[in-house]
Design a protein around this ligand. Structure first.
Ligand SMILES: [Zn+2]
Length: 280
């Protein structure tokens, strides 16, 4: 079979990654310099056939994710169940397929990033604010790692040990690939590492603190890591969460409180309190 569209799909995925990275920078760093990303985006977009480019732009006006992986036999953007013929064509990569429902461009992920979905028990109180995305067991009070790779792996391992994901192999690689596009480190020693396009479960946040700080590509050492695992369907919401966290920790006192936490429980309480106003 001639896989003539594989190249176009890779091109679109790369473009999509840059567009999301740009939106992330905007949400987490209001004064971010975006020239470099803008340049890369316009170069990649400029290489697309005119019709595809305008379809892609139309999709982007509706949602930040214009090209999405399929999850089993479904579009991960809207959940629509695709026909077997279409799924086979997507796996074959021989033509560009659009979701019949949301018209997003669909592709077959090389390695599906799967995760578990923590079960909620009957009678559990309805969760609000940050509690919808995180939990006390996802607080890492004292990261031991001294490199970018080590701290990311430490947080990933904690997610695995707590039963939120099955394995760290692919997820960890994906987080590092994302850092290679442009560092997620922002001002004030904060970073927002993450993995997008994960199958299953909801948006999950784990918070890690490094007392000494780690060189994470920012202007200063990074001490506060908000690591997020993001299903495709939650992409738009993720940007709101990112902006809410940025606002919650814009003041030094709020960041100092996180850094001073001695136990998981204490760190969790500080996170809940600090985000109450900005994350509803
Ligand atoms: Zn769809």
């Amino acid at each position: 079979m001639v896989r003539k569209e594989t190249h176009t799909i890779k091109h679109l995925i790369q473009l999509q990654d840059l567009i999301v990275a740009r939106a992330q920078q905007q949400a987490s760093m209001p004064k971010a310099r975006l020239e470099q990303l803008d340049k890369s985006i316009s170069t990649l977009a400029g290489e697309l056939p005119v019709e595809l480019k305008s379809h892609f732009n139309r999709l982007l006006q509706k949602s930040i994710e214009a090209i999405v992986p399929i999850t089993g036999d479904n579009c991960s953007g809207c959940g629509y169940a695709l026909t077997k013929t279409m799924v086979n064509s997507i796996h074959g990569g021989d033509e560009l397929n659009r979701c019949p429902n949301c018209t997003r461009i669909l592709y077959s992920p090389d390695v599906p990033l799967t995760r578990n979905s923590p079960r909620r028990r009957w009678g559990d109180p309805v969760k609000r604010g940050i509690e919808r995305f995180s939990a006390p067991e996802l607080m890492v009070v004292s990261l031991k790692g001294t490199t970018r790779e080590d701290v990311l792996l430490e947080m990933c391992n904690n997610l695995r040990e707590q039963g939120y994901i099955e394995s760290c192999d692919d997820l960890h690689d994906a987080a590092l690939r994302r850092e290679a596009i442009v560092s997620t480190a922002v001002e004030h020693g904060i970073a927002f590492p993450h993995v997008r396009g994960v199958e299953g479960g909801g948006l999950t946040l784990t918070l890690g603190i490094s007392k000494k700080g780690v060189d994470f590509g920012g202007t200063t050492k990074t001490k506060i890591f908000f690591y997020m695992v993001i299903p495709t369907a939650a992409s738009a919401f993720y940007l709101k969460l990112l902006s809410g966290l940025t606002q919650s920790f814009a003041k030094k006192e709020a960041r100092d409180a996180l850094l001073a936490a001695k136990t998981q429980e204490e760190l969790w309480k500080i996170l809940v309190k600090a985000t109450k106003k900005h994350i509803i």
